[in-house]
Write a protein that binds this ligand. Structure first.
Ligand code: 15L
Length: 269
């Protein structure tokens, strides 16, 4: 894969990938609706709205691999989730198909499986269990990926990303499980771009955290070897003595779970 397009390139993960992948591929095409820094060597910068299929098709001309990061990264009103993460995500897969893109890497999220109990270790075979409308949109993106892989032969990787932060460190106790460092995130994406052949995979975007509850054995063939462990931050974080919300603490999705919650936690098996 020599010509790579990143959507949402002006976001947190996009900027990190831009910084670390500059010069690695023949062309790194950077698409975002927001203004971006001017193109450096090997880069092309395009202003693209993922709600505009024609613009996305144009942005994907000649591209071999799409890294689709664009969308709303948190819970939001249905209209926003629908426009950006449902319609926008469909547009991205469909534009990729029309342009003959070979591989599609989808920024999914742990919130696609957020209502699984934290006491259970999660691998790539667990059933969807979204904790928000945002989580539902990530389940949708994973399902579209499965469809486009099976029906159209697109090679697809869905990354259930944990906690990625600009400051590159975990800040609270749940993030000791879910944190993914900049270099590990970059390595995972790069392995997914560079691997010669896979059909459809799901991987967790998480560092080598001693407290991680997510298992990537199913994608060991990728050779992803995360370098960072949140444990080095554990003492300082735990010393703050901040107690997690009781609903958040039960589930993988953490603080997304109690948002607008009107259910019965004891019925969630
Ligand atoms: C996500 O999917 C969000 O994009 C991010 O902002 C974090 O909240 C992260 O999950 C998390 O679970 O910590």
């Amino acid at each position: 894969m020599k010509r790579v397009l990143i959507t949402g390139a002006a976001g947190s993960i996009g900027r990190c990938l831009r910084q670390h992948l500059q010069g690695v591929y023949d062309e790194l095409r950077l698409a975002d609706i927001a203004p971006q820094a001017p193109a450096g060597p090997g880069e092309t910068v395009v202003q693209t709205d993922i709600r505009d299929m024609a613009a996305l098709e144009k942005a994907m001309e000649g591209i071999e691999c799409v890294v689709h990061l664009a969308g709303i990264p948190v819970e939001g009103p249905w209209e926003t989730v629908r426009d950006l993460n449902i319609d926008g995500c469909y547009n991205a897969y469909e534009a990729a198909r029309r342009q003959g893109v070979k591989r599609f890497i989808f920024a999914s999220s742990n919130h696609a499986v957020g209502f699984h109990k934290r006491e259970n270790l999660l691998d790539d075979s667990v059933v969807p269990r979204p904790d928000t409308r945002y989580g539902v949109s990530k389940v949708f993106g994973e399902a579209l990926g499965r469809l486009y892989a099976d029906k159209h032969g697109l090679s697809v990787a869905c990354l259930r990303i944990g906690t990625f932060r600009d400051h590159d460190a975990p800040l609270e106790s749940r993030q000791l499980l879910s944190w993914v460092s900049h270099r590990d995130m970059t390595q995972l994406v790069q392995r997914c771009i560079d691997h010669p052949e896979y059909h459809y995979i799901v991987a967790y975007g998480v560092s080598n955290n001693r407290r991680s509850r997510w298992n990537n054995d199913g994608v060991a063939f990728l050779g992803y070897q995360p370098q960072d462990d949140s444990e080095v931050f554990a003492e300082a974080i735990l010393a703050k003595g901040i107690v997690e919300d009781p609903i958040a603490a039960r589930f993988h999705g953490g603080f997304f779970c109690p948002l607008e919650f009107t259910g019965n936690v004891d019925r969630i098996d």
